[in-house]
Design a protein around this ligand. Sequence first.
Ligand code: Z15
Length: 839
Amino acid sequence: GSGSNGVGVGMVPAVSRSAVSRGVVVRRPGFVEGLGEHRAKAERMFSLMDGFLKNDPISLQKDILHHVEYTVARSRFSFDDFEAYQEVVIGRVSWLRDRDVWHIVDQCAEALNQLGFEFEVVAEQEGDAALGNGGLARFSACQMDSLATLDYPAWGYGLRYEYGLFRQIIVDGFQHEQPDYWLNFGNPWEIARIHVTYEVKFYGTVEEVEMNGDKQKIWIPGETVEAVAYDNPIPGYGTRNTINLRLWAAKPSSKFDLEAYNTGDYINSVVNRQRAETISNVLYPDDRSHQGKELRLKQQYFFVSASLQDIMRRFKEEHTNFDELPEKVALHLNDTHPSLSIAEVMRMLVDEEHLSWKKAWDIVCKIFSITTHTMVAEGLEKIPVDLLGSLLPRHLEILYEINHHFMEELKERIGLDYSRLSQMSIVEEGAVKSIRMANLSIVCSHTVNGVSKLHLETLKTKTFKDFYGLWPEKFQCKTNGVTQRRWIVVSNPSLRDLISKWLGTEAWIRDADILSGLRDHVDNADFHLEWKMVKKVNKMRLAEYIEAMSGVKVSLDAMFDVQVKRIHEYKRQLLNIFGIIHRYNCLKNMDKDSRRKVVPRVCIIGGKAAPGYEMAKKIIKLCHAVAEKINNDTDIGDLLKLVFIPDYNVSVAELVIPGADLSQHLSTAGNEASGTGNMKFLMNGCLLLATEDGSTVEIVEEIGADNLFLFGAKVDEVAELRENGVSNLAPLQNASPLKVPLQFSRVLRMVRDGYFGHKDYFKSLCDSVEAANDYYLLGTDFMSYLEAQAAADKTFVNQEKWTRMSILSVAGSWRFSSDRTIQDYAESTWKINPCRCPL
Ligand code: Z15
């Protein structure tokens, strides 16, 4: 479902609106230098292109017609919107000729309109490339956009899943998952590089052989599959720099296994070969914690092996001395998922390039850096040794050896402190012996980045305390950001135009700092009027969508209150629903006069639950059960509506975020590493109601606590509250003497007693927040939450104040542009410089 984006999606790279997973690889110092003798040829081609390949509407029409006739031979048949979309993309995005993709949107619109197409309709033909799960993957997409725009010579690598994240459909209020076969009609953005292929090997044995008098380990693999490159161009904004997202697809190896074909079982041999393709078929749909599955490990190694062969091939084309590798290549691990890379580079350097262990290790330690994205130690990835030993026997040996050297070094530094040694070890002994991928990554990376100040603090003082003691200089903070090109320019064109008008420039699209200039107009009445109009337009768009999706008619005067993100207990969608039930109770108990003073609300919740995550699925069902009750209560009318928006994805986000007045970010403090949804809402002038968790702390620093609605326990109160139900730190602002307030118990009782039906089904959900079990502190934070909600209501009545806060939110969002994040990475982690192509 592409949603209605209103703007030329056809000209905006598919991957920019996607969520892509896994590693970001940066290559230094850049391709202009790297081109060497080809440079003259490239420059000549560029200059010819400027002459031949024009972007005026007539030239564009010629191109489209050329493709219709010669590429797809469809001119005599029906040529529909979808084909028009594909043709425009194919015709224009062969990236060598793209000087500045973003700036030909208007010309394309005109060309298409003259051919009798409606540009917006054509643009909407594009759906999401849902190649990831949630925040982690969408953050990669924002980073790619910023890398391109800031002229960095970076490559992104990932898997070309044929099935992206499942589509969520709701039947009777329950989530059902449907496969997302997104490549059904082809993907016009991608370029299949059928000659860029590598063999990836699995299983087999390790043997010791004599090599020039030395003993040498070699891996005799048992299975080979081929990785084929599919390139996805990521054009920067206002620059000719277009970087590459290279995604790997698995194909059966082209090598014939003579044995297999001679046994006479021809049919089965072919069928077996074909199984190789399953490796890259489907994305694992859990946002985190997916341990001990062989296919997942196979995916990780497939991805790592193909990418590293590609990187090494490029390096070896121009260099022979591996001492230069750290000068030319920086490898960044986006979470621990690709951390097998460390063992793989060691294997390549030692087993294939015959470097000594010490030399190889020195090199490896200079090229890797990592970002971790999780707060809780339980979220860190572990690979069972049995599984690894069977799939990648040589890698397991290498990991043991890395650990052996590390343990020796550690003993020298901290002595024989066995408890600490075993905690820091890369190998975890225990019921299931396993490899701790986080420890491996920290040992080998020169930099370990956290995604917010609060997150880094937790890494230093809790999660990786011992490692911090050993290597304090490795730990750095790179607060996340989001790209204003996607989250304002494309998804909120009315706001884009308004901002440019009042700032008198479009420069903020490349330089977000300029957004802070909106502060100069914060008290201008005309500005306020236009600001409110923009929100109104976006609310209309959203209201239409809601009605089409759910049949619920909503009032534009109501406050649109949104919580959209993956469903997780720690994100506390349940707190939101309990708050809504409480609001419903209050309304029911009010007399007519009091009701007239109530601010009407439209509560919008959206998000996918991992297919195996019971509690998350129950939260979705509860939301529907409560919605059914409230929305059909004629007594309540427009005062309160609850809608669940199905299949929340990037396209839906582009529609929902600009239309929100208030957005909720409710994670129990200490659980959300950063959060990026908060930044997207901030950029769209939506006020936040949030806990002081992750990056929200820095949003408060930037815009001030009085420009959003904060509530809840702070991070250093949480442990105590879990233990004793009280905090011995500064008393909670709105502390209630009871651990569980009456209002909370009443709501819980209603759900328990079957007020919303499905009594048995909701029982375990209720148990999970009962005082004795309430790990995420819903009861503890409830009163504080209700007070923040009341403050939001009170402010909404004062539209002038609300608008002021809204403007200051957008003005403060300059600091949460992923351009700032990427520049920080470039300067202090990768040590690379921009490398601007001649325009
Ligand atoms: C994921 O979406 C995130 C972290 C993970 O470790 C995994 Cl496996 C998935 C998210 C964080 O939950 C979120 O707080 C953060 O903003 C995002 O990564 C990007 O850093």
